[in-house]
Write a protein that binds this ligand. Structure first.
Ligand SMILES: C[S@@+](CC[C@H](N)C(=O)[O-])C[C@H]1O[C@@H](n2cnc3c(N)ncnc32)[C@H](O)[C@@H]1O
Length: 352
């Protein structure tokens, strides 16, 4: 295995097998994986014809995905390029390990189909590549045992709204009012939302009045003074607004725990993307991905300084886009001549 470190270690390039590099990497060390493995028997090159059968290829791809699952951080993103032929099988593999978010169609505005003899076609000419976009299952909650954004927010919510939650919960407890009585009196199934910590919500004014009537009736039946739920609804509303503002402010601190995702009207924000393929030039990689497409992925799904990985880097399109956008990069390429060429181009891109 050959390893080169550039830009003070911010860029690491391996000439090696992807599985070997993945196995040696630390768990949860990559924020964004954008990779374009061989599609299997689409190109004439040796690297696309390494497997004796589709089954062997898919078993290998699954091993790669397992390695990716291990190194991808809990709030990380995976973009996996695949061809139209094995898109369905590849999607099944991804879904077995990751939560599939989008099956993106990269519709190329030009390509070899223009030269096809249309009358000879026996099926529609494939003019697309696919990009499967996925995250870890439970990314916002407890992915890989880590407490993510949603879990932290739920915890914070309990703490911030505790005075209001306790106001309701203690009233219920003091008079021994049952969930069935509360639901019947308000014509809802909201008892668990108003009287417990999980998913707590403030009842509406009308619901609150119904609760006050129920609790007063209960106190009278027990011959006890009616002390519960005495606050004016307007006061509860004001308290709620103040706590909600406090909660929103504190929640901002957890934003970094969230999978980054940023699109706008100016960039492709649907699952159909149009990017022109890279035009031929001497030394071009046969599968080189366009810089604008790679930049789009990196800008949408990573933050500055984060680690981007491409374990089938070819020409280094992912790496070049990553360094241009101020991300760290880990790249792997099996074939030595291509690796050397890409290292040279990356050095040039870095101005080194
Ligand atoms: C589809 S191409 C990637 C092209 C790349 N996205 C680009 O824009 O240039 C796949 C690349 O993976 C490399 N490759 C194939 N098998 C590999 C393996 N087991 N480990 C690492 N690289 C491998 C191939 O040599 C080839 O350059």
């Amino acid at each position: 295995m050959v390893k080169k470190e550039l830009q003070g270690g911010a860029v690491t390039l391996y000439c090696a097998d992807a599985l070997e590099v993945l196995a040696g990497m630390a768990e949860n060390s990559v924020d964004l994986i954008a990779m374009d493995p061989p599609y299997f028997r689409v190109k004439g090159e040796a690297w696309d014809n390494q497997w004796p059968s589709v089954e062997a290829y898919l078993a290998w791809l699954d091993e790669v995905l397992l390695g990716c699952w291990r190194v991808l951080r809990p709030a990380g993103s995976l973009y996996l390029f695949c061809g139209h032929k094995l898109a369905a099988e590849t999607e099944q593999l991804v879904k077995a390990r990751f939560n599939l978010l989008s099956h993106i169609i990269w519709a190329k505005p030009n390509g070899p189909w223009r030269r096809q003899n249309k009358a000879q076609l026996r099926a529609f000419f494939p003019s697309t590549e696919r990009i499967l976009f996925a995250e870890h299952y439970g990314a916002e909650g407890m992915a890989k045992g880590c407490s993510g954004y949603a879990a932290k927010c739920a915890e914070l919510r309990k703490g911030v709204f505790a005075p209001l939650i306790e106001y309701f919960a203690q009233a219920k407890e003091a008079l021994g009012v049952s969930a069935a009585e509360i639901n019947a009196a308000t014509g809802t199934k909201m008892c668990s939302h108003w009287f417990s910590y999980s998913q707590w919500q403030l009842p509406s004014a009308q619901q609150y009045e119904a609760l006050q009537r129920l609790f007063a009736g209960k106190a009278a039946a027990l011959e006890r003074p009616y002390e519960a739920l005495q606050s004016e609804y307007a006061d509860l509303g004001k308290q709620y607004q103040a706590l909600a503002r406090q909660y929103d402010e504190l929640k901002q601190e957890y934003e970094q725990l969230r999978r980054p995702f940023a699109v706008s009207a100016e960039v492709p924000y649907t699952d159909v993307w149009q990017f022109a393929p890279v035009a031929y030039y001497p030394g071009k990689h046969p599968c080189e991905k366009p810089q604008d497409l790679m930049r789009h992925i990196i800008q949408c799904s990573s933050r500055e300084g984060q680690v981007v990985g491409d374990f089938f880097m070819g020409s280094g399109a992912t790496g070049k886009a990553a360094v241009a956008l101020g991300r760290q990069f880990i790249g792997v390429e099996l074939e030595q001549p291509r690796y050397e060429q890409t290292c040279g181009e990356m050095l040039e891109a870095l101005g080194q």
